[in-house]
Design a protein around this ligand. Structure first.
Ligand code: PLP
Length: 368
């Protein structure tokens, strides 16, 4: 038997539906662009993953440099971490579970709810992980198209509910559109009584949350992250607010020690430096408005108002994919979309003022 026969033999044992599984198309890492763009890797301007251009709190860097116990596993029950996050979110620790990024919690939550063939409703265009994890669990993502302004169509969401629906996911503000959902619409959908997950990854930029309702409604769950406002995307730490019984299931079924000690230290220090970090959030919000005005001046782009840390733009003339590629060649990374409602769109994360200047200059050069 040759090695390739053997590989084919064992490949047959893999779940057959995974052969067609598309995976997640993640943002590009600058290091893999070395030599492929016109600028050195250090000069790449990364506006493609809604990261925080100001970085983390300097307290985090100092504390990690001095931390001595990397050889010891973290507390599997997340006792301190849950208490800290509960204090920040304004709920009891019994509601909180932390994950290695909020992505991990989406995955875990779907794992505990979904049987093969079950359905999850989400309002597209939206964040790709919902499809990724639903399909990995053998479920089906039922996509309800947003309206022309990217608003959630509540009647369509309710009409999409079937006996197999296990969860409804709403993203507030939504990625990639930046749109928010009025609280009355959330309440109406919550009235259906199904598990409802509100993904508030960008809450600190919008100021809108349903977190105070979590202790009152047994089907409401809220997802948050420290990747965006606290600049900790690389350390992977997110959390959710759940009914205590759901939190207990999640804690029992998660991978042991899922949040590492560096992330715990980083959360602790970030929460000691909230004013500094929220000052950066304020700068990003101010820059978002300037970026919007600058983009609106470019006659082949149509930016959409956003309550998050990115702006979605329709490419009115030319191809979004080419705009994305040419910007990348110049060392400016953005994201492009080619799916219903956002066909020929790009999404630009809000950077520092100098990043806006470089982006606008590059966009103007493209036109030439
Ligand atoms: C809507 C939404 N939810 C969740 C996440 C995941 O964040 P993380 O896993 O870094 O906490 C993102 C990341 O971009 C997002 O856009």
């Amino acid at each position: 038997m040759t090695t390739s026969d053997f590989t084919e033999g064992i490949e047959k044992l893999i779940r057959p539906e995974l052969a067609a599984f598309g995976g997640y198309s993640a943002a590009t890492s600058p290091e893999i662009l070395e030599g492929k763009v016109e600028v050195p890797v250090e000069s790449i301007i990364k506006l493609d993953a809604n990261e925080n251009p100001y970085g983390c709190s300097p307290r985090v860097s100092r504390a990690l440099a001095n931390y001595k116990n990397f050889n010891i596993y973290p507390d599997d029950g997340q006792t301190r971490l849950r208490k800290l996050l509960a204090g920040y979110a304004g709920v009891d620790a019994g509601h909180i579970v932390a994950g290695s990024g909020s992505n991990q919690l989406i995955d875990l939550l779907l794992r505990i709810f979904l049987n093969r063939g079950d359905e999850v409703i989400s309002c597209v265009p939206t964040f790709g992980i919902y499809r990724f994890s639903t399909e990995l669990c053998g479920g089906t993502l039922v996509e309800v198209l947003r309206d022309a302004d990217f608003a959630v169509d509540v009647a369509k969401v309710k009409a999409a509910i079937t006996k197999r629906t296990k969860m409804i996911i709403l993203t507030n503000p939504n990625n990639p559109t930046g749109t928010v959902i009025p609280p009355s619409h959330i309440m109406e959908i919550m009235g259906a009584g199904l598990p409802l997950l509100i993904d508030e990854a960008y809450y600190e930029f919008s100021g809108q949350t349903v977190s105070p309702l979590v202790s009152r409604y047994p089907n409401l769950m809220v997802l948050r992250t420290l990747s965006k406002w606290a600049g900790l995307a690389g350390l992977r730490v997110g959390y959710g607010l759940f009914p205590p019984k759901i939190a207990a299931y999640l804690l029992r079924t998660k991978i042991p020690y899922n949040v590492n000690v560096a992330a715990l230290v980083a959360v602790e220090e970030s929460l000691q430096d909230i004013d500094y970090l929220l000052g950066n959030v304020k700068s990003i919000i101010g820059e978002r408005e300037r970026l919007f005005r600058e983009l609106a001046r470019i006659n082949w782009l149509k930016p959409f108002p956003s309550q998050a840390n990115f702006i979605l733009c329709q490419v009115l003339k030319g191809e979004a994919r080419k705009v994305w590629q040419k910007l990348q060649d110049k060392g400016v990374l953005v994201r492009y979309f080619d799916e219903p409602l956002v066909r020929n769109y790009i999404r630009i994360s809000v950077g520092k003022p100098e990043h806006t200047d470089a982006l606008i200059k590059a966009l103007k050069e493209l036109k030439k």
